[in-house]
Design a protein around this ligand. Sequence first.
Ligand SMILES: Nc1ncnc2c1ncn2[C@@H]1O[C@H](COP(=O)(O)OP(=O)(O)OP(=O)(O)O)[C@@H](O)[C@H]1O
Ligand SMILES: [Mg+2]
Length: 251
Amino acid sequence: MAVETKGLSLWYGSFQALFDVDISIREGKVTSMIGPSGCGKSTFLRTVNRINERHSYVRTEGSVKVFGEDVMAEGVELVQVRKQVGMVFQRPNALPISIRDNVLFGLGLHSKKKPSKSEGDDIVEKSLKRVLLWDNVKDKLGTVATSLSLEEQQKLCIARLLPMKPRVLLMDEPCSALDPKATAAVEDLIWELRGEYTILIVTHNMAQARRASDECIFMLLGKVIEHTETGEMFLTPQNQATADYIEGRYG
Ligand SMILES: Nc1ncnc2c1ncn2[C@@H]1O[C@H](COP(=O)(O)OP(=O)(O)OP(=O)(O)O)[C@@H](O)[C@H]1O
Ligand SMILES: [Mg+2]
């Protein structure tokens, strides 16, 4: 399994946000995570690459394994976890530096040796090609990245994870700031990255979960209610709460 949690519970102070969550995410697949606002989707993602811990009032129990290694264990280096597990957010957070420097930014943080100019060129080209952005930007790599369209910026945010050679990509509503056309383009890209990367994507867009994922997890109030193959979840949900949610009967 690419990601496997067992008995994962999480508290923000005295408020419990995750209850005994057992989730197994299959390697090379796209898994979508759905559920009403506040059910703990972002909390789950943030636990997998350990971003939650920047809050001192967060406490967790249980285990989180990424390719068999417990990322919560003592002595685990956060830098190593974040290299393996990249994260993409709702709003593209491209940095106000050049497109080229955005792609190379993570390497600067994560590796001791700075790539040479030609190594850098190579990494930039490969990464931008992988996210289907190269043709749009190859003649303006020195331009400030924040001048790109939101779709291009979100693709760039994915591209800049790739030099670290992550194996898992966590995406928290990566299309929610995009218009329908840009959403479709980013969905196509996610589908294209499937296989080489294991992708876990949170979405409020049922059509997107249905179109663009192999498996689907439905969460409610910090618990996993159902986790099945996506087609099955939408055709024959096993749980009444799942059926209600995907048919839009929830607030
Ligand atoms: N930093 C925090 N401190 C305290 N409580 C938090 C914090 N982050 C989230 N919560 C609470 O934990 C619960 C789960 O929040 P989370 O953001 O994981 O939900 P979500 O499923 O991602 O919702 P949405 O669909 O709105 O993004 C909510 O009740 C939320 O208020
Ligand atoms: Mg969220």
